[in-house]
Design a protein around this ligand. Structure first.
Ligand SMILES: *Cc1c(COP(=O)(O)O)cnc(C)c1O
Length: 409
């Protein structure tokens, strides 16, 4: 079998029970499934047969998408959910418990920070924000009630990169699962399992959806953690061994919270996967070229891109993600007014949130993603009001440069 990610995605097959012999997986837009007999129905409901029962629990189109993701990512267990946030909250609900703590950083995607800072506190889960780049500090924060350590592989929009190998050596020693959000680096550039991550969450809204077609999320279990050390999963660890997390998630949490992916979304994102590597390579190379060029412009105060040699995370990024690991970067202008004036003059580049659309997107994070945060919370997330985040699309690099120049000057 090929090692190429796109070949693996394309060769994934599905059972053809359909008389029309479709080449693409059909969209099974159905809530429920019919049984010939009560006995067959019982077998499906208690998991003794592979038949689907109800689409909140499983659906053939969604299952096919999960199978392709498994091919592409190398994960042992894959669950598709309704959004990246659903992926993150389902993982927290599977591992955390009242009295538990989560060790992470405050430099995170805005909604993820919000779940940790505001939502989980009401359920008796303590969140310990620390500097994940400082492993001594991480080690001091882990204790017997630590349910998980969480990080983004490139923090959005701070663009910090932790040394995952070193962090996972520590979490393994401490017998705590390491959960990573890999949304901004696709599997063709990086596989988190190779660096010791145990659970991976992805917003499939981004690279996977195929041009911002739909909202979706993924939870990947790499099957490489000894769950007998998890206070929450002792029962499942006995019964399912290394797949205890996936078993708890699928058998209880995911179906109870009900954030399933719709079949229509699974269809769109299955197609998106087919072109992910192509789109990523194009956008990532354009993004790096733009970042290098922006560094030469006097109006631009600072450019942060993980694959620029000037970046403090250049070496670790190159080691983990290769030549270029993401199509996202940030840059700074003189002040907020300069940022707004620049944004308002752009013609090709769109003023929009989201990442990895086929169109290039720009946003002023502090006034939007963090716009409703109190001054203290803004301080805590530490984003400057001179900062713009750029998500590179598929436009020609020279056209993007022209648009930027006419808006700057
Ligand atoms: C977008 C994003 C999310 C949330 O995903 P949704 O699909 O919008 O719910 C989580 N983490 C990161 C890093 C993201 O960029």
């Amino acid at each position: 079998m090929s090692e190429n990610i796109t070949t693996k995605i394309l060769e994934t097959s599905f059972a053809k029970n359909d008389l029309n012999n479709p080449l693409s997986m059909p969209v099974y837009n159905t809530a429920a499934y019919e049984f010939a007999t009560a006995e067959e129905m019982e077998a499906a409901f208690i998991g003794k047969s592979a038949f689907h029962t109800y689409t909140r629990i499983s659906n053939p189109t969604v299952e096919f998408f999960e199978k392709r993701v498994q091919q592409a990512s190398g994960a042992m267990g894959v669950t598709a959910v309704s959004s990246g946030m659903a992926a993150i909250s389902n993982v927290f609900m599977t591992l955390a418990f009242s009295g538990a703590n989560i060790v992470t950083t405050s430099h995170l995607f805005g909604n993820t920070f919000s779940v940790l800072q505001f939502t989980l506190a009401n359920f008796g889960v303590e969140v310990r924000f620390c500097d994940l780049l400082n492993l001594d500090e991480v080690e001091k924060n882990i204790d017997e009630n630590t349910a998980l350590v969480f990080t983004e592989v490139i923090t959005n929009p701070h663009l910090e990169v932790v040394d995952l190998k070193a962090l996972s050596d520590l979490t393994r020693k401490k017998q705590v699962p390491l959960v990573v959000d890999t949304t901004v680096v696709p599997w063709c550039a990086f596989k988190s399992r190779d660096f010791g991550a145990n659970i991976e969450v992805v917003s499939s809204t981004k690279y996977i959806s195929g041009g911002a077609t739909s909202i979706g999320g993924l939870i990947l279990d790499h099957g490489n953690f000894d769950w007998s050390h998890s206070k929450r999963l002792t029962f499942e660890a006995n019964k399912f061994g290394s797949m205890a997390f996936h078993a708890k998630l699928r058998g209880e949490i995911f179906r109870n919270f009900g954030a399933c992916m719709s079949p229509q979304t699974a269809y769109q994102q299955t197609l998106g996967l087919e072109t992910m590597e192509l789109r990523f390579n194009q956008a990532a190379n354009t993004g790096l070229e733009l970042a290098q060029w922006l560094e030469t412009l006097p109006e631009v105060k600072k450019v942060s891109h993980n694959s620029l040699e000037s970046n403090p995370f250049y070496a670790i990024s190159a080691m983990q993600f290769g030549k270029v690991g993401t199509a996202m970067f940030t840059f700074e202008l003189a002040d907020k007014a300069a940022c707004y004036a620049f944004m308002n003059k752009l013609k090709l580049i769109r003023r929009a949130t989201n990442l990895f659309d086929n169109k290039s997107l720009i946003i002023h994070p502090l006034s939007t993603i963090y716009g409703t945060f109190s001054p203290e919370m803004k301080e805590k997330v530490g984003i400057s009001d001179t900062l713009l985040r750029f998500s590179t699309g598929l436009e020609h690099v020279e056209d993007l440069k022209s648009d930027i120049l006419q808006a700057l000057r």
